[in-house]
Design a protein around this ligand. Sequence first.
Ligand code: GLN
Length: 502
Amino acid sequence: MSELIKNSAAVLAAKLAAGEVSAVEVTQAHLDRIADVDGDVNAFLHVNTEEALAVAAGVDKSRAAGEQLHALAGVPIAVKDLIVTVGQPTTAGSKILEGWHSPYDATVVKKLRAARMPILGKTNLDEFAMGSSTEHSAFGPTRNPWDLDRIPGGSGGGSAAAVAAFEAPLALGTDTGGSIRQPGAVTGTVGVKPTYGGVSRYGAIAMASSLDQIGPVSRSVLDSALLHEVIGGHDPFDSTSLPDPVGSLVEAAKRGDVKGLRIGVVKELGGEGYQPGVQARFAEALELLRGAGAEIVEVSCPNFEHALGAYYLIMPSEASSNLAKFDGVRYGLRVLPEDGPMTIERVMGATRAAGFGDEVKRRIILGTYALSAGYYDAYYGSAQKVRTLIQRDFDAAFAQADVLISPTAPTTAFKLGEKLDDPLAMYLNDVATIPANMAGVPGLSLPGGLAEEDGLPVGVQLLAPAREDARLYRVGAVLESLLEEKWGGPLLAQAPVLGGSR
Ligand code: GLN
């Protein structure tokens, strides 16, 4: 194992700029690591060896010629397989897209290419990003590098596990109800859901368009800020893209200061139903922030109680409409009916029956039902009203606090298979992350230490008002450094994955 893979993206960038290492060496070290451990972890659905090395070689050549390069040029990255890429397959974790190649790049991918970051490959996910464990992937589950019998979170378990297993220093995820932050929490990585509209969704296969957001996955707060600045900003190809530039996130992460800042503990996101070890680490994080000069206040968001229920109407409704395009005609798989007339409806039926997994079918049925005439007002309409109430709760809370804080997930990583037969138990894992998507506000999860009872990572979540993503980095960087002091270094340096015992 090359020592290079242990470095953060920021350190790799510095070493590359100083000419201490080449981009080819850095990229090859990560490709070797993937070859060594991904048979166990299954974070990658596709490894992009040749192209990644060619991009790296190009960077080395340009650097040797004295060209001005982006700070992250030559720093490799993994991309969630919900985001379309030219030259690599995109499956969305579904059989229905197996073998399909996108004719265009997502805007975020174009930005990675412009920065000349080698793309290592595409990472595993729950089918169409529906799930909290990556067990709903049609291509087998990803395993948590801390314990291979446990889930890496979901839907972006592949991206989180790739970063946690040191297969990639950075990755892209998507977060509709927590799919960047909850995998971050259970793998001991950092994950950020930017403000809705802050990062272009063009080329992210839509799950629930009013909730989806692309964001960074990394091993440090600063690394997420660096990546967020690469992918953020206005995009005319996304009609929901904000006009504003992304802001000085890296500077906020470097400045890191909480003196006099009001940090609001959300009363409804904690307590009963949260694992004792999660509660204990969370309470410690609060003490550390208080010690650093923050003012800890309690805020109440009574409507958060209904967020999960409303989400599971809005999300399936939008998904049922978004997934209607997978009809056996336009993309990927086509299955012909075995007998009887060959009508378009019957081809569609046979293709969807074979191409979609159980969870996707469940949500399409739920969403179609919620949108049907006669039920629309009762279900979708009511859920939209709840959404407004959640937004008002956030407004009231942000009048009392600059940043909100909660555990990211109620538990640490559960065992593979544990919740597979109980969709409601699976859904409950997102209880703390969903409110941010419902209101479009940004959220960051960072590792808060290990739970006493099982020795597994616990996530702490920070939330800020829309367009105030910089605050997350400012507070996150302080908490990260206080926690590293307490834990004697970055949490992942203590993960069993680096022991090389496998
Ligand atoms: N786990 C949540 C769900 O299953 C969130 C998914 C996501 O954010 N993509 O819907």
